[in-house]
Design a protein around this ligand. Structure first.
Ligand code: FES
Length: 118
């Protein structure tokens, strides 16, 4: 198999329902991964240009489902199956979908609000 130009790492970590951190799998990442694989294959990109892989937790759980795009070094967050055609279109052009890219200042989980009322 040739080395691809890009690798997509789709977090498919699954935590139990109700876990405080949530998880990408419980937010639909397995369906996102399947849609990426299917659409990349349909366009003839899967074997040469872009491989969609799964990954364990990428530690941006609060913005899941998360997809890391390498070697470009950016992450997509809150990806839905409906976003996949736009993502694949952008990959085909060597571009990214700006509205889905996680800004550098959002990788840290926001602090939990304190309940001062008690
Ligand atoms: S569970 Fe997906 S980033 Fe942590």
């Amino acid at each position: 198999m040739p080395r691809r130009q890009r690798y997509l790492f789709v977090c498919t970590n699954r935590r139990p329902e109700g876990h405080p951190k949530g998880s990408c799998a419980t937010s639909g990442s397995e369906q996102v991964h399947a849609a990426l694989k299917e659409q990349l294959a349909d366009r003839g990109m899967a074997r040469t240009a872009v491989r969609a892989c799964t990954s364990s937790c990428l530690d941006v759980c609060h913005l899941g489902p998360v997809v890391a795009v390498e070697p470009d070094g950016y992450f997509y967050g809150r990806v839905r199956v409906e976003d996949v055609p736009e993502i694949v279109d952008a990959l085909e052009r060597g571009e990214r979908v700006g509205r889905l890219v996680i800004p550098d200042d959002q990788y840290d989980e926001p602090p939990k609000k304190r309940d001062d009322a008690r």
